[in-house]
Design a protein around this ligand. Structure first.
Ligand code: G3P
Length: 216
């Protein structure tokens, strides 16, 4: 499963990229707002840190406007992936852009039928929001399972990009189901490395090593 960082914070992206485990980045208008950076500038900088797809979201709601914005965004770098909302105009834009060889991430997906439509529109990635789904009393991971089943039934190439990931259990369940990608805030990714018994084990080994009086 590929790991994308869901952030526009350069320091965090650099730190994760240095581990060699970062496969891409996703941003959205809220994350750009939080970063306080210029959208074009920060997107260009992120595209220079990772070779993987970097999702940049359009804000127009009509097809012509989305195409105009995508035209500007895809010139930033070859690894820019245009993010469009799951609406009729968004999917029309998805079809047009992927037809021209541009990567498209269809976002704000909350049903398996929406994911089916995105795959039919040729989406590179579909982003079901599991955390927000859970928040609203639905089972986010059940949605991922349904999409996996449907995509496998018809051999759709669209990658399932689990979004709105809130904790390690979402990551584990995504991997069990066979999602292609998950995108999570840097803090959630960093927490995956941690285990209390790992820390305790290191502490014990180092204490015993000190007693040997040796050095490597
Ligand atoms: O980038 C889209 C998605 O991951 C947003 O997550 O935490 O705002 O629901 P969240």
């Amino acid at each position: 499963m590929k790991f994308f960082a869901d952030t526009a914070e350069i320091a965090d992206i650099k730190e994760l990229a240095a581990t060699g485990l970062l496969d891409g980045v996703t941003t959205n208008p809220s994350l750009i707002m939080k970063s306080g950076r210029d959208f074009m500038e920060v997107t260009k900088e992120i595209c220079g840190i990772t070779d993987g797809p970097v999702s940049a979201e359009v804000v127009a709601l009509d097809h012509a406007g989305m195409m105009r914005e995508a035209e500007i965004l895809r010139k930033i770098a070859d690894n820019v992936c245009i993010k469009v909302p799951l609406t009729i105009d968004g999917l029309k834009t998805c079809k047009a852009l992927t037809g021209e060889g541009t990567m498209v991430n269809v976002t704000l997906c909350f049903s398996a039928n929406q994911a089916l439509l995105a795959a039919k529109a040729g989406a590179t990635f579909i982003s079901p929001f599991v955390g927000r789904h859970d928040d609203n009393g639905f089972d986010g991971m059940e949605l991922i399972g349904d999409i996996r089943l449907i995509y496998d039934n018809y051999d759709f190439r669209t990658e399932i990009l689990v979004a709105s990931v809130r904790h390690g259990l979402h990551v584990l369940q995504s991997a069990r189901i066979g999602a292609d990608v998950m995108t999570a805030p840097p803090a959630v990714i960093k927490a995956l490395f941690k285990h209390v018994l790992t820390d305790k084990g290191i502490e014990g080994f180092l204490a015993d090593w000190a007693k040997t009086g040796q050095a490597i």
